[in-house]
Every structure is written in C-alpha cells, then in structure tokens.
Design a protein around this ligand. Structure first.
Ligand SMILES: [Zn+2]
Length: 227
C-alpha cells in the first residue's frame, strides 16, 4: 500500500497523542524503509516486471527480512522498545509496535501472494487488491479517509500553516497515490531507491513539522512530551 500506511500513522495519533506524527508514520512505513536498504545492499531481491499486477510492476522475489510477519513483529518490538527506553511512555510504545505490525496486514491485503511469514518459511500470502484499481481506490481510499478523519479530530492547528500546508500536502499525497495506481514500472531499481528515500524524508520532515503546529487537543497530550 501507499497512503494506506500513512493512514495507519495518522490513525495512531488518536490512540497515542503524545507520540509525534513523524514517529508514528515512520513506524507504519518502517518495513518499506528497511526494504529499500535491504534491496539496495543485495540482502533482499526485487525485480522490475511490468504489469505483474494491474497497479504494480515490482516482483518482490525475496523480502523475508523487511516484510515477513515475524520480522515485522521484531522490528515493531525494537522500535517500540527504543521509544519506551527513551520516553518511558508504555502506551506510545505499544501503539508504535502495532503501527509497525499494521504494515504486514496492509501489504497482505494489497500484494499478490508474496508476503512471507518468517525467514526460512516458504509460504507466502496476499489477497491481491492491486489486481483491481477500483477496489484499491475504494479500500485504500477508505483507510486514507478514516486515518485523516481520526487525526484531524485528535489535533488542532495553532498556526495557519497547520491548515494550509497540511491540506496542500494531503492533496499532493492523494494525487501521487492515484498516479501510482497506474502501475507504471520505475526506470530502474536505483532510481526507485533514491526517489523513495528522498520522498520519504520529505514526508517525515513535513510530519514532524505538522506535529508542532497541530498539537493534540487532549489535556493528557498537552501535558506530555511530543517527540
Ligand atoms: Zn511494504
């Protein structure tokens, strides 16, 4: 998924208002960040195969370390654990763990059966939502709408940019997502890695900024730290 993972980060803000939106989105997208690192270094294997699915042109040949259910639980435990040691916020740590784990579930829904259970186990799963653009727009669009709804209900802008910059970027992300459903193959794996890394760093910078100018409404969150 694409905006579906961001939606998980937005929705998580309503369950853990003390945790920064940037940290929540990083957790929800963490397996994809690791995936770029792993295929760029040859640990995992991806092949560009145009139209392998209607809305996707990547054959994920070998992705057990970034995208297996077991490893997503391990990355989630590490991510949540580090956050807990740093902030002593058990609720935030559990929500970050769940956000990382949500990645497997969302990719399982959208991918063809290429989602592994654990390294060394050759069974792979996927419901293949990407075989239908219409079904993807409906399902992922509903997640996107739901995540944004929860986030907007949980936070309140304290600067104008918290409205204008926030919604401008949401429009851009929505447009990029719809374009991505065209399923056009990337020119090369190197360009895929570079473009995705730059794109994700920009999204993260925006999310951490938005977290400062759209603080949580709840009293609990205002008294707490935001990181
Ligand atoms: Zn993924």
């Amino acid at each position: 998924m694409f905006v579906g993972h961001f939606a998980a980060g937005f929705a998580a803000k309503s369950f853990a208002p003390k945790v920064s939106l940037g940290t929540l989105i990083l957790a929800a997208a963490l397996p994809d960040v690791l995936w770029i690192l792993f295929f760029a270094t040859g640990i995992e294997q991806v092949v560009i195969q145009p139209r392998i699915m209607v809305a996707n042109s990547l054959n994920l040949v070998y992705i057990p370390f970034s995208h297996s259910l077991l490893m997503n639980a391990v990355w989630g435990a590490l991510f949540g654990g580090v956050y807990f040691l740093w902030r002593r916020d058990p609720r935030g740590a559990w929500i970050l763990f769940a956000a990382v784990l949500s990645h497997w579930l969302l990719d399982f829904v959208s991918h063809r059966p290429d989602m592994p259970l654990a390294p060394g186990i050759d069974m792979r799963f996927g419901l293949g939502l990407w075989n239908s653009r219409l079904a993807t727009v409906i399902v992922e669009g509903a997640l996107w709408f739901g995540g944004l709804f929860l986030y907007v209900r949980t936070t309140r802008p304290n600067k104008r940019a918290g409205v204008y910059v926030f919604w401008s970027v949401i429009v851009v992300l929505t447009a990029l997502w719809l374009v991505s459903l065209g399923g056009d193959p990337p020119p090369s794996l190197a360009s895929l890695a570079i473009i995705n890394t730059i794109f994700f760093m920009l999204v993260e910078a925006w999310a951490y900024w938005m977290n400062r100018i759209r603080p949580a409404r709840s009293k609990m969150a205002r008294e707490g730290v935001t990181v």
